[in-house]
Ligand binder design. Sequence first.
Ligand SMILES: Cc1ncc(COP(=O)(O)O)c(C=O)c1O
Length: 373
Amino acid sequence: MSVEPDWLKRAVVQAASLHPYVPGKPVEQLLRERGIGEAVKLASNENPYGPSPAACEAMARALGEVHRYPDGDAAELKAALAERHGVSVHHILPGNGSNEVLELVIRAYAGPGDRVVSSARGFIVYALAAQAAGAQPHAVPERDGLSHDLDAMAEAVDDRTKVVCIANPNNPTGTVHGPGALQRFLDTLPRDVVVILDEAYHEFVADLLGDSWRRLSHPGLVVTRTFSKAYGLAGCRIGYAVADPGLLEIVNRFREPFNVNLLAQRAALAALNDAQWVIENVEAIKRQRARLESFLEELGVLGVRSHANFVLLHHPQAGEIGQALESLGIIPRPLGPYGMSDYLRITVGRPEENERLMDALASIVKGMGRHRA
Ligand SMILES: Cc1ncc(COP(=O)(O)O)c(C=O)c1O
């Protein structure tokens, strides 16, 4: 009989409280599970129109260089981002997706005995990263079940709270707070609390929010952005933080040397300069979102209006609706991990994908109504 070594036992105990992030189901997995020939994925809030042609060209040009390590400092990209935000390069920290940046900041500033405050139905990665850092996640219930309760979050901040996380707009609820409400919230916090303002969906509310780094003021403010959503580069894994240089200098010590790969650096730089492409895509996605939300409203299953590139369906049998959609080759995102099993999150797709979704939903939901009657 083999005896487990102590290090393995310790690791098992430590890992028992950790839960892996459950991503959207990949198309290939659904095809295998259902034995069907094709499917559309509306589960991960990706840009349905693909990456910008400029980003593709930049990556194609860089392919012959991938035998070399990337610039570990991502200097060119940092310079472009610094210019965009009107800050120095020392205010910018790129990461392997904004997810890595979130984890690094939490790891750098919260540890055993500390608390990380977020909204109960806020992006789930904050709680997972807090646990992985040995800190205690503290989830504050939403005001109306869907929108961050900033007053309650401020009250939840105590001496042990080192980091507060806000997704704005939030995933999975799509709700947003304007700069006035955010600044009032920041003004109530102790100056040494780190506040992560996660703006993964910023491009969809750019008019409302502007540049939060310039508009908001708090010494420990960390604004994070990503190239995974509006910029169409989810597969490249690239995002970044804007924050005080002293704060980032500490975070930088937790980062691996070449955390942003070569293709991602080149693609992000090209996409950043392809501003018109991003604007047109965002507008197209917003038009499609409005269409989907009108349809959900008419069907009587609209959750709440979204400010991001996804919509929320609300129905007591949301789980069954999700299964029925999958059987028709459409992958939505079930929200059980957020305690929202009566909701489905559905990414806005291309027009033909959305039509397919609406046809499927009309027959599934109306069929359920008939069944109940
Ligand atoms: C609110 C929010 N923050 C961060 C991320 C992480 O994005 P990425 O790591 O691709 O930059 C996501 C991804 O879905 C998100 O919804």
